[in-house]
Design a protein. Structure first.
Length: 138
């Protein structure tokens, strides 16, 4: 009986010595195992947050690119509106300005309605982008 218990303790001690580790089995240090699992969980959560932030950054870059194109179109529309008011312009010139103006207008509404992974880039309907999630405003 004592010989069997001593043999088991000796086997555990030899396993520890041969592995170079204090912990060979989970029951050797339950508190240490719990801490290790807690840290693993935190690492997994941080990795998910990093992924979310990376996706959010990509979405913002896409939104920024579209916003720059919209700004360029608005500037051109402003220029066309001023050119249209010039009394020296012919009716054909004014018709061309109006056509381009209307095409730019349609293009702006097309760009403003773009989606990123099924999320509307510009019309959020009261939702707030946080990088971690999409929340409704209180």
């Amino acid at each position: 009986m004592h010989l069997d218990a001593n043999s088991k303790r000796m086997a555990v001690s030899l396993a520890r010595l041969s592995s170079g580790s204090k912990i060979v089995q989970p029951q050797d240090d339950a508190a240490g195992l719990a801490q290790s699992m807690k840290l693993d969980t935190k690492i997994t959560r941080l990795d998910a947050s990093i992924s979310n932030n990376s996706n959010f950054r990509s979405m913002l870059q896409t939104q920024d690119g579209l916003a720059q194109k919209i700004q360029s179109a608005l500037l051109r529309m402003n220029e066309l509106a001023v050119l249209y008011q010039d009394i020296s312009k012919s009716d054909d010139d004014k018709a061309a300005y109006e056509l381009e103006f209307n095409e730019l207008d349609a293009g702006i509404f097309d760009m403003a309605g773009k989606m990123y992974n099924r999320v509307d880039l510009f019309f959020t309907k009261g939702k707030v982008f946080t990088g971690d999630a999409l929340f409704k405003r209180p």
